[in-house]
Design a protein around this ligand. Structure first.
Ligand SMILES: [Zn+2]
Length: 321
């Protein structure tokens, strides 16, 4: 697979998707329905004359849609490019079907129907397309992603979204996501509804559903690397931070105990305190809690804390003398 430097993860996923086989007859129509719902525009041309045009920024996606239309419905869209000045001169591919070809597409998607006299009647602006089969639902996710989806670079964050101009696409997606048992979220941005997935697992599942096996691997590798780095960092933090703190405390305690020993002798202490003092001198590396656990009988955390505080107080008193 060709990988340009700086190519976004989104672009890489799309590049993989547009190269997948077109799939089964049922799935081809689902993917066409998804393209129609995400990037299709319906036009009326006089009496019963329709046009359907698709605008796609991704040339690979446009090529795939062209092949899907040709293979599944035997229609041939015209192709031209428009330059969008406000988007930094980005080239948009426009595929247009008109006349009889537009009719074939609209009938296939149940947007129009033809009566006995061969007259076409308009029914709805949104494709009505049954997606009872799992394979077809996956094809719809793929078509919708190619039409309007983006995925963030998993090195930085886990975010996968489809954006929509109206509520029709979000409705369809929500139903399909529920069937797929993938938790989805929505928000509104500049009048657009965004349906999105969060969480590495959900996004990885969606990539797999769309058939982007290579991207799943890439993402899983990145995810494993991130987890490893996080756990190493956590362990290092833990050791350095807590280890240092425990060592500092232990050194201070030993100083205090040595002062008691020099000035009045450990034997003058109550047996419980003597025991702690001797244990500390023997095991400078242990935390206070571990020290308590080593004692016979073991002393709990609050018990050992209390005894150590008394030792420290006695030592502080001797310092003042
Ligand atoms: Zn199918």
């Amino acid at each position: 697979m060709r990988r340009e430097e700086g190519q976004s993860f989104s672009a890489r996923v799309k590049e993989e998707l547009v190269r997948l086989p077109l799939g089964k007859t049922c799935c081809m129509l689902s993917e066409i329905a998804a393209f129609t719902q995400t990037s299709g525009h319906l036009g009326f041309r006089g009496r019963g004359g329709f046009t359907v045009s698709y605008r796609l920024d991704n040339a690979g996606a446009a090529r795939r849609l062209f092949l899907l239309l040709k293979r599944r419905l035997n229609v041939s869209p015209t192709l031209h490019f428009v330059q969008t000045p406000q988007l930094g001169g980005r080239r948009t591919c426009v595929l247009t079907l008109s006349g009889e070809d537009a009719g074939i597409l609209l009938n296939a998607l149940h947007m129009t129907e033809t009566d006995e006299e061969g007259q076409m009647h308009f029914r709805r602006t949104v494709p009505r397309h049954p997606m009872t089969r799992l394979c077809c639902r996956k094809a719809f996710f793929r078509g919708a992603f190619l039409g309007t989806g983006t995925i963030s670079n998993p090195e930085k964050s886990y975010h996968f979204e489809w954006k929509a101009e109206d509520e029709q696409l979000p409705d369809t997606l929500r139903k399909l996501l529920e069937k797929a048992e993938l938790p989805w979220h929505t928000y509104t941005r500049k009048g657009q509804t965004v349906v999105y997935l969060k969480g590495a697992q959900q996004i990885s599942d969606m990539l797999a559903a769309m058939g982007a096996a290579q991207s799943v691997l890439t993402m899983e590798n990145i995810r494993a690397g991130k987890q490893l780095r996080a756990s190493v960092a956590r362990a290092a933090n833990c050791d350095e931070h807590n280890g240092e703190k425990a060592l500092d405390a232990s050194l201070a305690q030993m100083e205090a105990i040595k002062r008691i020993s020099l000035k009045i002798g450990l034997f003058t202490l109550p047996p419980a305190l003597q025991q702690v003092a001797r244990m500390r001198l023997e095991h400078p590396e242990l935390s206070l809690q571990e020290l308590g656990e080593q004692m016979d009988p073991p002393v709990g955390k609050s018990g050992i804390n209390h005894r150590m505080r008394r030792l420290m107080a006695i030592s502080a008193g001797l310092e003042e003398e």
